[in-house]
Design a protein around this ligand. Structure first.
Ligand code: G1P
Length: 310
């Protein structure tokens, strides 16, 4: 079997995360010490996938710069989606650069668990999870353990099993062909060409897609959920460089990136600080600090601070 290519759609603006997305794309928002995209690329690397196609658009320079500086060993292609025509359209744009199996991981999807059963299970597969608010998601309907229908953001959901944004396709040509059919038909949901509708086309053609339950999926849809995700991830992973530990009072759990400069601060619990940040004499609790963010004498709790929003 050919090696998998990862497709990461990251062209969207992330309006629900304004004002943080006013100056950077959603995938570059920090959670648990690194941009969402960093979590995604760590997953891609842990799967042994070397080839990655990014679909970019809004503030694409930030993504290109991050990937080239932090993940120089990956074989990457950036494809621009000039207009926000939807996730289905975004994925379709990867067609010229992908052959054989592909793994699609949405640019705002943090999975903190093992994706190998989903990607290397030998079948077309999608990650699903039970959610409280199904009308915000793509939904699968199951009968006797099999998926019988897909629907994107239905008003009256037939189940509360949401598509989390991780999809494995054994033959990408089948996916692109289904997307082409959706595009040709002119079908849109909320004015966008949907990947979920291509899944329906595949299902209609008798292609098997198996659901894989992923409890370790973390939503980053709104600021409140972002802070909650930060806390949940810090409960699982924390690190404080020795130098930072020495010069500050740390209340665990915190995730402070290597090389961060912090002096005379009280940090924690639930503070994450991303690379190249500089903090002096601050008291922070339940705070996400983005990369290259520099401030002094600040007391803050339950907020996201980045170099554009202090
Ligand atoms: C997309 C997909 C949807 C999926 C969701 C997961 O929607 O279209 O099927 O459930 O991601 O986050 P979006 O969040 O881009 O509106």
């Amino acid at each position: 079997m050919k090696p998998f290519t990862a497709i990461i759609p990251a062209a969207g603006k992330g309006v629900r995360l304004l004002p943080y997305t006013a100056n950077m794309p959603k995938t570059m928002i920090t959670v648990a010490g690194k941009p969402i995209l960093g979590h995604i690329l760590d997953q891609v690397e842990s799967l042994g996938i070397k080839k990655v196609v990014f679909i970019v658009g809004y503030k694409k320079e930030a993504i290109v710069e991050f990937v080239q500086s932090q993940y120089p060993h990956l074989d990457v292609t950036f494809v621009e989606q000039p207009e926000p025509k939807g996730l289905g359209h975004a994925v379709y744009l990867a067609k010229p650069y992908v052959a054989g199996p592909c793994f699609v991981l949405l640019g705002d999807t943090i999975v903190d668990g093992d994706l190998k059963p989903l990607v290397f299970g030998g079948k077309n597969a999608i990650g699903i999870r039970t959610v409280q608010d199904p009308s915000r998601f793509g939904i699968v309907e199951m009968k006797n353990g099999r998926i019988v229908s897909f629907e994107e953001k239905p008003e009256k959901p037939k189940s509360n099993l949401a598509i989390i944004g991780a999809y494995a396709f054994l033959e990408s040509a089948q996916l692109f062909d289904a997307l082409e059919e959706v595009i040709r038909s002119g079908k849109t949901v909320k004015n966008e060409i949907q990947l979920t509708d291509a899944l329906s086309v595949l299902l209609g053609r008798g292609v098997e897609i198996v659901p894989v339950e992923m409890d370790d999926w973390f939503d980053c849809g709104t600021v409140e959920v972002l802070l909650q995700t930060n806390r949940l991830l810090l409960d699982r992973h924390h690190q404080v460089p020795a130098e930072v530990e020495k010069q500050n009072k740390i209340i665990p759990p915190c995730w402070i990136a290597e090389g961060v400069s912090a002096r005379n601060c009280v940090l924690g619990p639930y503070v994450s600080v991303a690379y190249e940040a500089e903090l002096t004499e601050c008291t922070l609790q339940d705070v996400i600090v983005g990369p290259q963010t520099k401030f002094t004498h600040k007391t803050a709790s339950h907020v996201v601070l980045d170099k554009y929003n202090l």
